[in-house]
Each structure stands twice: as structure tokens, then as C-alpha cells.
Design a protein around this ligand. Structure first.
Ligand code: SF4
Ligand code: SF4
Length: 408
């Protein structure tokens, strides 16, 4: 693609990066058929190729309108288009640059800005989110149905967290919403790893990975959250105590693996961020590497499960098929799921900011997951888990929790 970026951006780090990405795109449109919003809306501007063109125009100095912002807002950042692209166009990185520019150059209606501001202030604060969730559960019978379904009816017990006793140690990210909605996920991970000689620990005070603020229009605040998390993790890493950083929410994992890139121009944090990204593993990578030691401990009964691979796992981290392989070797019977590459509509705050599109994607995804008549749905990201659970009577849980239930 020929480009002529505007003077205000062409020599900046963002301009140079965007230019290199744009030049890789050959307009072939292979990405279009894999885009969930294009499939729903049938509008070129609601597909990756159209959005790339809109961002190109914005970067070249053409007028940026509310319509430009609308089409970028509707993007789920699922990155299915990246998986499909034969030219290696890093759409997600281009979108970060494009969204920031559009955010700076347009004005959102007050109600929309307020909604985004509220999400950026509430969700990353674990204590505040926890209090509001408890209040929401009390008020659930009085809430409008669409809001009530977003509030989980019950929170599972976490169970005991084994005391650190092994020489091998890994660090877990507690995260922001996961401890309030499903505290059993990290505790189950700690128990599984403990059985195979790895102690899982959490760093005191370590909170949000920064993804939420970064993607809801507050990129600087998101980067500040990332630096704060690095500061909490760094003492244990510098002491050489930690073998890896384990992610049980693939949404957080995809972003922490990008810290090295996102903070590469920050003289104080670039090196630490790169090291942290290199040490980060999704829990499926950790279990896959240790499976020979885990397998003898598992009771293998053929429970029929449907696995929903989050976009942040299969497209963001390119870990397609790893969890499925672990589950099959653990004795689960995986039911077929059509269109497994398509997003469920959760995508961070998307279900709140774009509720209609999100609902349609959820309905389609649940129908696909149920089509093989599973006994259970499992996934790998708290956002997808809560989103899918709000629309089905089948139980939806993290796969590591289901795996722990098979430990003898
Ligand atoms: S990230 Fe997902 S929703 Fe956005 S353009 Fe790519 S495929 Fe479509
Ligand atoms: S598949 Fe890649 S090269 Fe082709 S239009 Fe999409 S982004 Fe551009």
C-alpha cells in the first residue's frame, strides 16, 4: 500500500511504525471473511481492510469524523484478521495508534465519555470492583434483565492456596476482575502446579495489567498501570526466584507479552518490560510443558466439554490448539465447535460499550458451543467466561478448574 503520512506524525515513533504496517497491506481482503463485525454488518468499513483504510486516511491528515470513530469502536480487537493475513499486517498495533489519534482529534458525546471514564476508574481497582459486584448481586432482582445478566449470581469458593514449598517458583497475576468473579481460577492453578513441584505465588499489591485503561481510550493511564505492575513484580524477578510469570487470563497474558513493545521507548522501564514479556507464559504453555508429570495424577473419565479459545489466546498469543491438546490428553472428550476462530463478543469492555453487537456474537457463539451437546463449557479468560455464562444454563468455567477436578 502506498502511503503519505502527514507531517504531524510521519517522523514520530508511532508514525514510523504505522507506516511500516500500512505498507505491508496489499488490499487482498483475505482478512475480511474472518472478521466478526464484517460478518454481522456486511459493511467494508466494519471489516479490517476498511478500518485499515480509515486509519490510513486519518494518518495522512484527512478529516477524522465521528464515523471514523464509530467503525474503530465497533472493532473487537480480536485480531482474527491478523491470523488470516498472509502479509503479516500487525493490525492490532496499527489499531492502537489509530485509536489514539482518533480519540485525540474527535469529541465523544458526554454520556459516552462518562461511560468510558467510569469503566477506566472502576474496573482496574480491584477493591472498588469487588464492592460494586457485591452490591450488584444484592440488587440483582431489581436490575433490568440486560444488566442483571451481567452480574454473576454466585462466586465460587477459592479453596486453599498451598504454601510455597518448592524450589521451582512461578509468579501469578491476580488481576483486577478475576479475583472478584472467579477466585477459584488462580487457587486451582496453584494447587495443580503444587502437585507437580512448582509453587505459585502472587506479588503483594500487584493489580491490573493495564489492558483495560489502554484499550478504553486512556493509553497513558494504561501504560502507568503497566509500570506499576512491573514495580511490584520486579523485586522477586531481580532476586532470581521466579522461573516464569503465569497468566490464567489470556486477555492479560496477551498484553503482558506486549510490555516489551509498548514500553520500548521508556528508558527506565524498557529493559524490565522486555524481560517480563519474555518470562510470561499462558497457563496452557506451562501445563503443556509439564504434562508428562501431571498425566499419571489424573483420573481420566470421558466428560464431554466444549472449549472456547479466547481471541487473546488463539490470535493474540498465537496459541491455537495448545489447550485443546492438553485437555484431550487429560482425558476430556472435546465436542466439535464450528467457527471457533470467531469472537464471543466479550472483548474486555466491548459488551458494555457495544451491547447489541456483543449480544449477537454471544448468541452465535453459545449456539456453536452447544451444538456438540457438551456437559460443560470451558475457556481461558475471565471476560469470556462471565460473558458466556450470562447467556447459558450450561456451566462455564476456566479449563484449569476442570482439570484440577480430575486430580486424584
Ligand atoms: S480485530 Fe477482529 S473485529 Fe477488528 S477488524 Fe480484525 S477481525 Fe475484525
Ligand atoms: S489480509 Fe492482510 S494484506 Fe490482505 S487486506 Fe487484510 S490486512 Fe491487508
Amino acid at each position: 500500500m502506498q502511503t503519505a503520512l502527514a507531517d504531524f506524525i510521519k517522523d514520530t515513533p508511532e508514525g514510523l511504525e504505522a507506516d511500516a504496517i500500512l505498507r505491508k497491506c496489499v488490499h487482498c481482503g483475505f482478512c475480511t471473511a474472518t472478521c466478526p463485525t464484517y460478518l454481522l454488518l456486511g459493511d467494508e468499513n466494519d471489516g479490517p481492510r476498511g478500518r485499515i483504510y480509515l486509519m490510513k486516511q486519518a494518518l495522512e491528515g484527512h478529516e477524522i469524523t465521528d464515523k471514523t470513530r464509530l467503525h474503530l469502536d465497533r472493532c473487537l480487537t480480536c485480531r482474527a484478521c491478523e491470523t488470516a493475513c498472509p502479509s503479516g499486517v500487525q493490525y492490532g498495533r496499527l489499531l492502537d495508534i489509530g485509536r489514539r489519534l482518533v480519540e485525540d482529534k474527535t469529541e465523544r458525546p458526554a454520556a459516552e465519555s462518562l461511560k468510558r471514564r467510569a469503566l477506566a476508574e472502576i474496573v482496574p481497582r480491584r477493591w472498588l470492583f469487588g464492592i460494586l459486584l457485591k452490591l450488584g448481586r444484592l440488587a440483582r432482582p431489581l436490575l433490568p434483565p440486560r444488566l442483571a445478566e451481567k452480574v454473576p449470581a454466585a462466586v465460587p469458593e477459592a479453596g486453599a492456596w498451598p504454601a510455597p514449598r518448592h524450589a521451582r517458583k512461578m509468579l501469578a497475576l491476580a488481576g483486577c476482575v478475576q479475583p472478584a468473579i472467579s477466585p477459584d481460577i488462580n487457587a486451582a492453578t496453584a494447587r495443580v502446579l503444587d502437585r507437580i513441584g512448582i509453587s505459585l505465588v502472587e506479588a503483594p499489591g500487584a493489580g491490573c495489567c493495564g489492558a483495560l485503561r489502554f484499550h478504553v481510550g486512556y493509553q497513558e493511564q494504561g501504560l502507568a498501570d503497566m509500570r506499576a505492575l512491573i514495580d511490584r513484580w520486579w523485586p522477586a524477578i531481580a532476586r532470581g526466584e521466579i522461573e516464569a510469570i503465569v497468566m490464567t487470563a489470556s486477555g492479560c497474558g496477551a498484553v503482558v507479552k506486549e510490555y516489551g513493545h509498548l514500553l520500548r521507548h521508556d528508558a527506565r522501564y524498557a529493559e524490565k518490560a522486555a524481560k517480563i514479556s519474555a518470562m510470561t507464559r499462558d497457563i496452557c504453555e506451562v501445563i503443556d510443558a509439564e504434562l508428562e508429570r501431571l498425566e499419571p495424577l489424573l483420573r481420566k473419565q470421558g466428560v464431554r466439554i466444549a472449549f472456547h479459545p479466547p481471541c487473546t489466546l488463539q490470535h493474540g498469543q498465537a496459541l491455537h490448539g495448545v489447550t485443546e491438546g492438553v485437555l484431550a490428553r487429560a482425558g476430556f472428550e472435546l465436542t466439535p465447535v464450528p467457527d471457533a476462530h470467531l469472537c464471543c463478543g466479550s472483548s474486555g469492555t466491548y459488551s458494555i460499550l457495544e451491547p447489541d453487537l456483543s449480544e449477537r456474537l454471544k448468541t452465535n457463539k453459545l449456539a456453536a458451543l452447544a451444538s456438540g451437546e457438551p456437559e460443560l463449557i470451558v475457556t481461558a479468560n475471565i471476560g469470556c467466561q462471565a460473558h458466556l455464562q450470562s447467556g447459558t444454563g450450561l456451566q462455564v468455567k476456566h479449563w484449569i478448574v476442570a482439570l484440577e477436578e480430575r486430580l486424584s
